[in-house]
Design a protein around this ligand. Structure first.
Ligand SMILES: *[C@@H]1O[C@H](CO)[C@@H](O)[C@H](O)[C@H]1NC(C)=O
Ligand SMILES: *[C@@H]1O[C@H](CO)[C@@H](O)[C@H](O)[C@H]1NC(C)=O
Ligand SMILES: *[C@@H]1O[C@H](CO)[C@@H](O)[C@H](O)[C@H]1NC(C)=O
Ligand SMILES: *[C@@H]1O[C@H](CO)[C@@H](O)[C@H](O)[C@H]1NC(C)=O
Length: 318
């Protein structure tokens, strides 16, 4: 079915008209047209990799000249720790997903490539007051990128099919004082045509949002529709604390919850470098889960840099 629908629009470039990312917080005057207003977080062009090839999970032992100069060692057994945050939609907090040396390497690679973030609205890529951050595409053959993507792939287990689904092109996003990304979702309203001559279509089945730099105030990631797993106490007692920072990194008096119930509802996650939020974007039938809408709340001071990983599921499976 998708083949028929999408072959008609195959001539359009991947990020024109097809896709949507709703921005419900958009200015009040536009509110009535919200449903027809489309915009999206475009995948940035990846300098060295065609977009639609599934990522092969092997260890490439050939070292480039650059790698010889700045060797990067992938710690394939790096331990991370997970906590369930929400069951439906599934949201998992991952402590220590990305190591300090991976962070350094990713930032070195991306630093010269940051550009103002864009979204696509009415079929045109544009900057908007809904998204004031800057972004940088990451080359998928970069050793640190591969290392992190392989770990994220391992985390997803049987949710992806090897040789068919893929991890997608990752990008970094950076927020400075006052910058934000209003409420949006990462999945596309309609799947996108694979850019590989096939009739396959794909969508972002899940998202990882991993913090690399957290020298900032505010700038939480807010999921307005997310709810804690436990029911509230009938006596208004606090029933949970949203994760605790690793005691290795902070001493006990400094330990602070990593997420909290936001005063406007939902859950808000404090940016902490190395840690990530993982959530599932699509229902089992492939449609987007509205409850995964989220926002990058405005930053107070400082700098917040994060890595977006958007694993792709393809249809039909043949
Ligand atoms: C392996 O890595 C080298 C150096 O980064 C690169 O030139 C080469 O294309 C890679 N090979 C594959 C099959 O990805
Ligand atoms: C723990 O943190 C407190 C408050 O920041 C600080 O005063 C204290 O010196 C720290 N203790 C250690 C052992 O780092
Ligand atoms: C897909 O599944 C969701 C969740 O069960 C449901 O709300 C939605 O109506 C379904 N959509 C279609 C087109 O089947
Ligand atoms: C963190 O941000 C503050 C405020 O912008 C700045 O003064 C400080 O130098 C920064 N520290 C680091 C380690 O970047």
């Amino acid at each position: 079915m998708y083949g028929i629908i999408f072959s008609k629009v195959a001539g359009l470039s991947a990020w024109t008209a097809l896709v949507a990312l709703s921005v419900p917080y958009l200015s009040e005057t536009f509110a009535p047209q919200i449903s027809s207003l489309t915009s999206l977080v475009a995948d940035l062009p990846i300098p060295d990799h065609p977009l639609a090839k599934p990522l092969k999970l092997f260890r490439n032992t050939t070292k480039s000249t650059e790698e010889h100069q700045h060797p990067f060692f992938c710690d394939v057994s790096h331990p991370y720790r997970t906590e369930l945050v929400s069951l439906d939609p599934l949201i998992i907090y991952i402590h220590n997903l990305i190591t300090p040396s991976e962070i350094t390497s990713l930032l070195d690679t991306a630093e010269p490539m940051f550009k103002p973030s864009v979204v696509t609205k009415h079929g045109r890529q544009q900057q908007t007051q809904d998204r004031t951050s800057s972004s940088a595409g990451l080359p998928r053959h970069d050793p640190a990128v591969k290392c992190v993507l392989n770990r994220a792939r391992g985390f997803m287990g049987t949710m992806l099919r090897d040789g068919w689904d893929e991890m997608g092109p990752p990008q970094l996003v950076r927020y400075r004082a006052g910058q934000r990304f209003n409420v949006h979702h990462d999945w596309f309203d309609r799947p996108l045509l694979a850019n590989d001559g096939s009739n396959r279509v794909w969508n972002r089945v899940a998202s990882f949002f991993a913090i690399l730099q957290d020298n900032c105030t505010k700038g939480e990631t807010h999921f307005p529709h997310a709810k804690p797993i436990v029911l509230p106490s009938p006596w208004n007692e606090p029933m949970w604390r949203g994760g605790l920072e690793d005691q290795k990194l902070k001493n006990a008096t400094e330990l602070k919850p990593l997420w909290r119930e936001h005063e406007d509802g939902g859950l808000a996650f404090r940016p902490v470098a190395g840690n990530a939020i993982f959530w599932v974007n699509l229902h089992a039938n492939g449609t987007g889960d509205e409850r995964t809408t989220h926002a990058g709340l405005p930053l107070g001071d400082g700098l917040k840099t994060a890595m977006n990983i958007w694993p792709r599921r393809y249809w039909p499976y043949e």
